[in-house]
Design a protein around this ligand. Sequence first.
Ligand SMILES: Cc1ncc(COP(=O)(O)O)c(C=O)c1O
Length: 375
Amino acid sequence: MTFSPLELLEWRQGREATAAYSLADSGCRPIRLRDLIDDEQTLRRLLDSELSYPPTCGTDQLRARIAHWHTGSTDHAPQVIVTVGAAEANTITVDTLVRPGDHLVAMSPGYRQVWGAARNLGADVEEVPLDPERGWRPDIDALARAVRPGTRAIVVTTPNNPAGTVLTEEEIRAIVSVADRAGAWILTDEVHRGTELHTDELSPTFWGHYDRVVCVGSLSKAFGMQGLRLGWLIAPPALLPQLRQRHEYTTISAAGTAMTLAELALAPPTCARLLNRYRGFLRESWTHMRQWIDSHDHLLSVVPPQATSLAFVRYHLDLPSTEVADALLAHGKVLVSPGAHFGTEHHLRFTYGQEPTHLAAALEKTSYALKELSA
Ligand SMILES: Cc1ncc(COP(=O)(O)O)c(C=O)c1O
């Protein structure tokens, strides 16, 4: 079996160093430590903390705060495993659930970590295309046709990376009903929850809708804490021992200091402050991004995202997306992500939620590079 790398990240190797502007990272505008540690007492607590092994699945306080984030209550805290980023949570979930020959169904475009990890284990991952003409909304009938008795899992990302769509409660219930008919698991990556553009309501979660669901989350996006490498999963009790055993092999635990900082970030007043901060950035930057796309209306179009710092932009050139992305790098020194790495050609993913002057300079260079390319 050949091993496929996570193309999205692999492609950046070597290219990142040559870019003057990166609009390729899906987490943007990180916070500083001082945004979290804003009083003497907290600072002293951190300086005095021992760098000992933390509890494998995370501190009780952190698990309770994560449970509250996903479920609105702390009752499910024992079902939380704190991981090194959502990346680890996705990996150990695939490792736990997927065996060679299993059939999984994923939506495309999508973040392809679970897709690739399952294929690397010898699974057959069928993709159900999302259609920009339908606003990238899922086609439940197409999903139902793809899922069959014995399908191991349906793979979902909401809010979607790269399309920025948010599944509604109704769509969630419809997907659950398709999974239930087949006895399939749902692996739901909800890492971009909290990045809503038009509402202060958190995006709906699959948690609580179905008993065979593993929910993945992280502090990497809405909290601006991607460097902390702090993520989690919540799963039904029966699956937890297997997930924990894989977690023990992989990392033993996330870092203790990261857990302490995560507890601070998820404490109610700080959590609300950080979400407001990030959503404020996104709302401001989206206006600029949208104007820029509209100013190239012969060449570019977009289904506006409902959440995420991502714009999945269609270009109207008959060229593969890796070629267009390479041309933007060569002529404009701007790094963006090719749509091919999300399973959808003729698109580029821009991380628009950047600081406005950085974004404006990057987009100006992109305009220049696109002009060169389409001349
Ligand atoms: C949908 C999705 N899942 C998982 C990850 C990985 O997140 P983390 O930084 O928490 O490992 C990303 C990062 O871009 C993502 O967009």
